[in-house]
Write a protein that binds this ligand. Structure first.
Ligand code: COA
Length: 259
């Protein structure tokens, strides 16, 4: 069932997947403060509701989002960490719920940088990405000055951030900004099919896997210890018991009863 989180953000929940749609096509889905608040709310909802296994963001045909609303930048620029855009970025960075996107058309500014935080991103063949901050006399945001260097190396990242020129889905794939390129007509089905596969996994293990992968770089022995502690806990979980019993009983596991 559709739920309007705000005038321009619609969510739909079905079988473990929360679909979050930017719905401001007449302004190329440019993101306003009201929309950032709704997006932050959607992630908070997913954090709290264990029935939500995956959040899948999408836009409209031909445009994911043209980035921050430029009029908002002029009239009500974000001030401080309590502002809606920072709240959205903070929730996106901290969540352990897998985030996905299906991108068709333009993904500008934060429309591209948010993808660096997502776990799987599908884009259509003709999707176009850009990080135009330099052309607006602005700066990389949402951790992109670090994440882009990690994703594609310093030289490529510097080219994208210092020139601010649009780039293709193939370039975004080579850069590790997206994970899959789909034919335009298959985009939503491909993304939803992956989201459903993730939603069928044991949620507690899925979230703990993301938590581990999102830890900052650390000495390997510390990581091994952290994994070991969580592994031992997870081994005692009902979901693990179900998976191991299913293997012994030669049947498919059913995780639907577990978080
Ligand atoms: N903020 C506010 N309004 C925006 C917008 C944005 N980021 N992006 C597009 N719009 C509005 C346009 O002003 C226009 O409004 P109007 O119909 O009232 O004149 C409408 O959306 C359609 O945009 P238009 O530029 O005509 O569409 P297009 O298909 O020719 O180009 C883009 C699409 C995305 C390439 C182009 O709109 C663009 O470059 N937008 C700005 C992107 C940007 O700099 N974002 C900020 C990043 S920090």
């Amino acid at each position: 069932m559709e739920n309007h989180l705000s005038e321009h953000v619609i969510t739909e929940f079905d079988r473990g997947v929360l679909l979050v749609r930017f719905n401001r096509a007449e302004k190329k889905n440019a993101l306003t403060s009201e929309m950032y608040s709704a997006l932050a709310d959607a992630i908070e909802q997913a954090n709290e509701d264990k029935a939500i296994k995956v959040v899948l963001f999408t836009g409209s045909e031909g445009v994911f989002t043209a980035g921050n609303d430029v009029a908002d930048f002029l009239e009500g620029p974000p001030a401080g960490s309590g502002s809606p855009v920072f709240r959205f970025i903070d929730r996106m960075v901290r969540t352990d719920v897998p985030l996905m996107a299906a991108v068709d058309g333009f993904a500008v500014g934060i429309g591209t940088t948010m993808l660096l935080h997502f776990d799987q991103v599908f884009a259509s063949e003709d999707a176009t990405f850009s990080l135009p901050f330099i052309n607006l006399a602005l700066l990389p945001e949402a951790g992109s000055s670090q994440l882009l260097v990690e994703a594609c190396g310093y030289k490529k990242a510097a080219g994208l951030l210092m020139l601010g020129a649009p780039f293709s889905a193939r370039d975004a794939l080579d850069c590790g900004i997206i994970s899959h390129v789909s034919r335009k007509e298959d985009l939503m089905d491909d993304a939803m099919s992956m989201a459903r596969k993730l939603a069928a996994k044991p949620g507690s293990a899925l979230r703990a896997t993301k938590r581990l992968m999102r830890r900052t770089r650390e000495p390997l022995d510390e990581r091994v210890r952290a994994e070991g502690e969580l592994f031992a806990q997870q081994l005692q979980s009902d979901a693990a018991r179900e998976a191991l019993s299913a293997f012994m009983e030669k049947r498919a596991p059913d995780f639907s009863k577990f978080d």
